[in-house]
Structures are given as structure tokens and as C-alpha cells.
Design a protein around this ligand. Sequence first.
Ligand code: PLP
Length: 471
Amino acid sequence: MLDDMFDYVAGIRDRPVWQPMSQPTRERFRSRLPHAPTDLAEVYRDFSELVVPHATGNVHPGFMGWVHGGGTVVGMLAEMLAAGLNANLGGRDHAPIEIERQVVDWTRQLFGFPRGASGIFVTGTSMANLMAVLVARRTALGASVRTAGLGETGRRLRAYTSKAAHGCIAKAMDICGFGSDALLGIAVDAAHRIDVAALRAAIAADRAAGLKPFLVVASAGTVDIGAIDDLTEVAELCRSEGLWFHVDGAFGALAMLSPELASMLAGIERADSIALDFHKWGQVPYDAGFLLVRDGAKHRDAFAAPAAYLRRETRGLAAGAQWPCDLGPDLSRGFRALKTWFTLRTFGTDALGAVIARSCALARHLEARVRAEPELELLAPVNLNIVCFRYRCEDADALNREIVADIHESGLAAPSTTVLDGRLAIRAAIVNHRTDVCDIEQLITAVLTFGRQRAAGLTPLIEIEAPPLAL
Ligand SMILES: *Cc1c(COP(=O)(O)O)cnc(C)c1O
């Protein structure tokens, strides 16, 4: 299995990025509960033949959809070791917890947070943002919110983010009991950064109406085009207004690892909390989301709950005062920290930062290629690693949607789409460390080929087949 997987990763460029699943293949995943044992070799053969050819494709250098990390074999091996130890990182006194504490401290250093900061691995930034809202909520309303609920004051709390922010912020407000209407979407400038003057005005208007502003969520790398809010200005405003300053840095925050990009994040060191994903630009295999909180006591106050069966002792396995279960909703937790610790140590953060800077350079190359092709149109400024463009044609929204599906089904590349100013864009986010100039060329060629065919009213003929893992 290991040999096959090494070969798979080493030869990934020769495979289609993605391949649609036939109905008969899908049916193979609809069997009855397996009461009797199956030979391991047969189970593995099904994995090799049915699962591998139909994986998401984000290991592939031609995958540029959404924001997906590429992972590494170092992370893969660490994941295997973690599964071997089968560690539960909810708490107790063992070395895996020290590994997580080590990565928390490295992350704290990276963002210039004080020693009292705390952090925790979670599934992803959606969860980290949700937990940040809960910490901000507990800070604004005091201990009673955890027993009595939001109450009269809680119902008047208001949060702010930009219209370009990720949808998980509104979902977090919903889950926290505020309702997503308690989150105001503030206008953005032409570069998709939050309009700080409009934010200030919205806060003042809400205060005048008797509401209670408590939280601003800034974006460090918006999902559409990678815009970074002016974090210093937002930090200033939050300080003068007494608001919790949270940064959604899902992928963008790790630009901190690159000396040439770090200055774009100036002000992030003043955040009260930061959400980020090691599984995106950090190249750690899924999942490895992370929440960092400046004031560890406030973090703990939002989640810690005493229970007799979780009593902390001064010695023995039940020792170790601060347990990760005090810092989030999970009790049982896997060893996500290990693959992150392996990745950061094995490659070193300078090399990871160089990969991040290189993906931005590749995005600038793609931008130049788009500008050079008269049939293509650039739809947004390129801030970091995301390029939004499209094929110029009649009925461009519908046709570009078809073009993207054609490209997916061809296995040549995997961009995604978004809508910018009401116009459908082909969106390429360069995240994978394996992506190179040839992959950018392949994407351009694919868009032009399918664009011409679609514009001429043709339906491209696409026939590909991905090989199984084990041959
Ligand atoms: C990816 C992303 C998220 C969500 O993170 P998950 O790890 O998918 O939960 C939130 N915000 C931004 C800006 C993102 O790019």
C-alpha cells in the first residue's frame, strides 16, 4: 500500500486531475452491512480500483479549484504514525499533547502573539471561526451566557465583516444563537478590502440604535480573489471601539511564512484571535484547521467545563493542568498536530514560505498569460495566488460554466467558478506545491480549446480513464 501510494504521488501528473464516477461504480458503494470478514487484499483492491481513480484530485498539480492543499508524503507518513499510536488528544499527560503544545507555540511565535496565548487544532477554519465567535460572545456577555443563554443583551449584539468574507462567518453567527442577521456585511473597495469608513459608520449607527457591537471579522485572503483587509486600520478601530478583532486567515495567514509577503498581513499581530488552515497553503494533509487566541484565559473561559470523570490529578496519566478539551467543543480529538509538526520540521518554515511565494508568482504568470490572450478576459486584480478570468463570448456566464465542467471532465485541470460583479468567473487558486508553469499552460490551453468549441456550438467529446492505484 505504501509503495503504491508513493508511486501514485510521484506519478500524479500523468493521471487525469479528476474523473467522473460511472453509475455502476457508484453502486459498488451501496452494499449491505458487512457482517462477515473480507480479505484485506480484496478491500484494498476496491480502494485501488474504485476510490483512487475518483478522488478529488487535489494532490494533482493541475488542481486549482476552491482552496485545496496538495499535501505531502511526509504528512502522509506522519498521519500513518499518528493512526498507529491512536492517540486521543482531548487531554491527559502524554507526549502527543506536548507535540500539539509545541505547534501552538510555533504558531504563536509566527504571529507575534504573547506567551499567554493559546491555540488548538480543529477540523478547519469554519470550525475555528465558529469557536472564535463563541470566545468573543463569552467575553462580551460574561459567564452567564454559558448558563442562561444570550438573554436581552445578547440579542442586541452585532458583528461585522466584509461582503467578501467567507460564508462560514454567517453560519457561525447562526450556530451561536445570534442569527446570521446579527452579522453586517460591510461594503468593499475595488480591491475587495473592507471599507473601514463604512465599517466605522455602521458601528456608530448601530450604537445610536441601541445595539451592542462586539466583534469584527477581518479577512486575510478572501475566498474569491485573495484580498487582505487593512488589518492595521481594523485593529485600530476595534481597539478604540472595544470590539473583539478576529482574523479569518484560512489560507492567507500563512503568507506570514514568506518574508516577501508577510508585510501584506501587517496588523494581524494585533488580532484577538486568528483562524487558519495548515491543510491549505501549509501543505499538511486534511484536516488541520487551527485557532489561535491572544488571551488564553478568555479562550478557556468559553469552553472549559468541570466533570468528575475528567478530573485533573497532580501525577499519573490524569495529570497536566490544561487539557485541549478545555479549549473547544471536542473531547476525543485525533493527533492532527503530528502531521503538522512533521511538515514544519522536515521542510522548515522557510521552504514552506518559498512555496507560498512561488504560488503567487505562478498566479502572476497566469495573469500575464490571460492578458496576452485576446480571447480571454481578466475579471479581478491578482492579490496573492488567485486568478479570476473567463473566455470572451456571447452568453459568457453559461458558456464559461460549461467550459469549466468540460475541463473537469477532460481531467486536464480543475479550476472552480465564482461570481464577481454579477459575472461568472473561472477561478484558479494556486495552492499546491507541485503546480508548475506547465500546469498553468495546460489550463490556458484547455480554456481556449473548450472555449472555441463551445463558442462554435460544439459539445466537446471527452473520454478518459484513470488507472487504479495498484497495477
Ligand atoms: C477555506 C476557507 C474557509 C473555510 O475553511 P475550512 O477549512 O474549509 O473549514 C474560511 N474562510 C476562507 C477565507 C477560506 O478560504
